[in-house]
Design a protein around this ligand. Structure first.
Ligand code: ITT
Length: 197
């Protein structure tokens, strides 16, 4: 079966391709011309992943899914949350964002460094037919970034039960235990049950 993944983020694309391992034929934004700019106006991950999925479905006409991911830091009352991508401003780099996070945590004198990544993947199967899948990965934020693998906040996040950041882990480890891997596993099970794919 053919699916469309509505993301501009090439790092997410790489992880999804890795986890899908060719099980499904996935088309991406760059397989189409003139894909419209879609504003993420939701205030939850579920709303934003639905916005991405339904825009994808409207444009391509095939089953389309979106991934919205946030990072919730306890001592910052759940921030950056759904605003993780733009935490340090509209055109912020991954590094700008995680340095701002470390700065905020320093400013707030955070003793408790617990945090979690949360991903919601929503698939739009037809005009009004949606399903969502959530994945959560608990861990903590380190004081000093380390590692080059992965993307986003990976250099500052250590998942529970491990002693190195996502950015220091081989991709196959992150792609087995991460928020995205957990949400995708539920998604894949759903597709298998529904379509025997
Ligand atoms: P699309 O909306 O086009 O899919 P995006 O990058 O804007 O791409 P989000 O709105 O979901 O995606 O933003 C999530 C941000 O959180 C993302 O830009 C990264 O900075 C960060 N992020 C997402 N997944 C991550 C992961 O697995 N590890 C580290 N950081 C991650």
């Amino acid at each position: 079966m053919k699916l469309f993944f509505a993301t501009h983020n090439l790092d997410k694309k790489r992880e999804i391709e890795y986890i899908f391992r060719g099980k499904f034929k996935v088309l991406y934004i760059n397989d189409y011309r003139n894909y419209p700019e879609v504003e993420e106006t939701g205030i939850t991950l579920a709303e934003n992943s639905l916005i991405k999925a339904s825009a994808g479905y409207k444009f391509t006409g095939i089953a389309s899914f979106g991934d919205d991911t946030g990072l919730e830091v306890n001592c910052l009352n759940g921030k950056p949350g759904i605003y993780a991508a733009r935490y340090a401003g509209e055109n912020a780099t991954y590094k700008d964002n995680y340095l701002k996070l470390l700065d905020k945590m320093k400013g707030a004198n955070c003793k408790n460094r617990a945090a979690r990544f949360r991903t919601v993947i929503t698939i739009c199967l037809s005009e009004n037919k949606f399903e969502s899948f959530e994945g959560i990965c608990d861990g903590h934020i380190v004081k000093n970034p380390s590692g080059e693998i992965g993307f986003g906040y990976d250099p500052v996040f250590i998942p529970n039960g491990y002693n190195k950041t996502f950015a220091k882990m081989e991709s196959d480890v992150k792609n087995t235990i991460s928020h995205r891997a957990i949400a995708l596993k539920k998604f894949i099970d759903f597709l298998k049950n529904k379509y025997g794919a």
